[in-house]
Design a protein around this ligand. Structure first.
Ligand code: MN3
Length: 205
């Protein structure tokens, strides 16, 4: 069975400058994400039947994972899913605002795009320690949630679909922003790839 693999970053390490710096992207992808993939493969070595599943399928049904490796799989399959998604949700020359059905849904759910940004940023700032903030589709409705560690909203409810997520682990921002998570988040909006978010939204509806 093929093991899990680290896909190349879908753009140059410098593509998100000056908002996300090159060295952070190199270490975040080449060291942190790579470690999640390697640790996931190591955890599942004795249970190769799980290599027939996708990482997303695995984290949607962690109860099926043997207890001896369940925490390692939760953390590392979660890390693999979360980071693979995170890279795809950023791009060079991105940012701005969503359009079309996604913009309409955000306005309907949160009042306005600016109000959505405020609420999303609050969720990201309010996550104590390491974790993520997410925009998810839950039963057709848009909701903002946050998770600790490398947890993903599908671990609690496999029926939801995350369509946007931001990594608020210090490894995502410390080299450039040190302890200033708010500054990182303010810059991060400039690299959000709204067309990728809209595609996930269309698929989730
Ligand atoms: Mn990370």
């Amino acid at each position: 069975m093929p093991k899990f693999e680290l896909a190349p970053l879908p753009y140059d390490f410098a593509a998100l400058e000056p908002h996300i710096d090159t060295q952070t992207m190199q270490i975040h992808h080449g060291k942190h994400h790579a470690a999640y993939v390697n640790n996931l493969n190591a955890a599942l070595e004795q249970y190769p039947e799980f290599f027939e599943k996708t990482a997303l399928e695995i984290i949607k049904d962690l109860a099926a994972v043997p207890e001896a490796v369940r925490t390692a799989v939760r953390n590392n399959a979660g890390g693999h899913v979360n980071h693979t998604m995170f890279w795809s949700l950023m791009a060079a020359n991105a940012g701005g605002q969503p359009s079309g059905a996604l913009a309409d849904a955000i306005n309907a759910a949160f009042g306005s795009f600016d109000s959505f940004k405020d609420q999303f940023q609050k969720a990201a700032m309010g996550r104590f320690g390491s974790g993520w903030a997410w925009l998810i589709v839950d039963g057709g409705a848009l909701k903002i949630v946050s998770t600790p560690n490398q947890d993903n909203p599908v671990m609690d409810n496999p029926a939801v679909t995350p369509i946007l997520g931001v990594d608020v682990w210090e490894h995502a921002y410390y080299l450039k922003y040190q302890n200033r998570r708010a500054d990182y988040l303010a810059a991060w909006w400039n690299v959000v790839n709204w067309s990728a978010v809209a595609n996930l939204y269309e698929g989730a509806k």
